[in-house]
Design a protein around this ligand. Structure first.
Ligand code: MTE
Length: 323
């Protein structure tokens, strides 16, 4: 996700084997019996955690009460809890993938209030514990694809975004929805000058109302870990991960398209729409293929990340222009 600073990049971020993938290779070799004795021994601990999602340890916090669970990732096995929570992008806590898990402990997800305002008849503020009771919580297993070329499969817990937004009665002037992350340097001392804070994202109102757009409050049946965006974040499975803004404090209905962090920081590299599209490359990374964390080989990327039901949102739009 870094912005191009110089024309020459000796090693592209997408070419660096992520630590988790490296561990995945060790596991793979160990399982095949090809690794050295020491290697197999070293891999044991993590293999036990991540080989079988049903048996893995999934972090702290009371279990969320889930009304239902829906598999929406083509039957794929979810990525291990360990990988989902230790390979993160959350620049407020550092730019290295391992840093959010290390440093996000300073974020305080309670008390927490989300303000919903702008072009709506019933603006308001909702405390996180009330928000948790607004709708039955459900689990959806979604694919999550980062613009950098890695991907994961995650059981997210929460509720659809549309019915939540509808409670605030958006007016006919509400053409877009803008989202803002908390920015508090005391809680986020690692946030450097790499991005203009606070982190902001936005959607067209019809995208926000699409049944796939999800407000996540947990994952793997537990409250969201801080590094994954506690206490609430967006999950937009057909878009690159940077649209899925974390630790939201403000939602605003707007008439004009909101300014969004990455599209303002590097407009040639990150568009407002950011729909997963294997035919439209990022200037520095091919988007044709991706690497699932924990897997050896890259796989083809699917249009809209394998969620063709969103295609009608973009009828008649040139997706190269509106990338
Ligand atoms: N939200 C905030 N506030 N800050 C961030 O740096 N990173 C984005 C997105 N939401 C980011 C954010 C990016 S680039 C990705 S890929 C996803 O969060 C990563 O989510 P994950 O760490 O839960 O996998």
């Amino acid at each position: 996700m870094l912005i191009r600073k110089s024309p020459s990049h000796p090693i592209l971020p997408s070419e660096i084997t992520p630590e988790t993938v490296y561990h995945g290779r060790r596991r793979f070799l160990a399982q095949l019996g090809l690794g050295a004795a020491g290697l197999a021994a070293a891999a044991c601990g993590r293999a036990a955690e991540s080989a079988a999602p049903s048996g893995q340890s999934v972090g702290a916090g009371a279990d969320l009460k889930l009304a239902r669970k829906t598999e929406m990732a083509g039957g794929e096995t979810p990525t291990s809890y360990e990988d989902v929570t230790h390979y993160n992008n959350y620049y407020e806590f550092g730019t290295d993938k391992s840093e959010p898990a290390q440093y996000a402990g300073t974020l305080r997800p309670r008390p927490w209030t989300v303000a919903v305002e702008g072009e709506c008849e019933a603006p308001g503020r909702v405390g996180i514990d009330d928000l948790l009771k607004l709708f039955p919580l459900e689990e959806r297993v979604y694919r999550h694809r980062c613009v950098e070329g890695w991907s994961i499969v995650v059981p997210w817990d929460g509720f659809p975004l549309g019915p939540f937004l509808a409670r605030f009665k958006p007016t006919s002037k509400a053409k877009y929805v803008a989202f803002t992350t908390l920015y508090d340097p005391k809680q986020m001392p690692q946030a450097g000058g790499v991005l203009p804070w606070p982190y902001r994202e936005g959607l067209r109102i019809d995208e926000a109302m699409h049944p796939l757009a999800f407000l996540s409050l947990g994952l793997y049946g537990k409250p969201l870990p801080n590094q994954n965006g506690a206490p609430l974040r967006l999950t937009l499975p057909w878009k690159y991960g940077f649209k899925s803004i974390k630790s939201i404090v403000r939602i605003e209905f707007t008439e004009q398209a909101p300014r969004t962090t990455w599209s303002v920081s590097a407009p040639d590299e990150y568009g407002f729409y950011a729909n997963v599209n294997p035919k439209v490359d990022h200037p520095r990374w091919s988007q044709a293929r991706e690497r699932r964390l924990g897997e050896l080989f890259k796989r083809p990327t699917l249009m809209f990340n394998g969620y063709p039901e969103v295609a009608s949102l973009y009828t008649g739009m040139d997706l190269r222009t509106y990338f």
